[in-house]
Design a protein. Structure first.
Ligand SMILES: [Zn+2]
Length: 119
């Protein structure tokens, strides 16, 4: 069993657009990193402002990680489309429900494997 080419084409286009979007978000986020400013290294700022920046930096890191994970998932999905393994559960090799892929195109597990992972 295989996914029709037309369906894969739609998903591939969607993933490419999504990848560009995520890359743009990463680029914008990188520009906002308060620690990317090298002048800070020589700036002896007061400790209370440093504490605030520490929190901002942690949130920035968390946001960046989330975007990078998403980007990784998209790239892996594109690779699987290329290899012809896209849409099959990486655990049990069952075909992943197309409704599920429509909602989560980067899904690698079928519904039952996903559910058994949680429980
Ligand atoms: Zn499965």
């Amino acid at each position: 069993m295989k996914f029709p080419k037309s369906v894969l084409k739609d998903i591939e286009e969607h993933l490419h657009a999504e990848k560009n979007r995520v890359e743009e978000q990463i680029r914008q986020l990188s520009a906002q990193d308060p620690f990317s400013d090298t002048s800070r290294l020589t700036d002896n700022a007061a400790t209370d402002t440093e504490a605030k920046e520490e929190i901002d930096h942690e949130r920035y890191q968390a946001m960046l990680k989330e975007l990078e994970d998403k980007q990784k998932g998209i790239i892996q999905a594109l690779v699987r489309i290329d290899k012809g393994t896209y849409g099959f559960c990486t655990k049990c090799a069952a075909m992943i429900d197309t409704d599920r892929l429509a909602v989560l195109p980067i899904a690698t597990l079928c519904m039952s494997c996903e559910n058994s992972k949680i429980s």
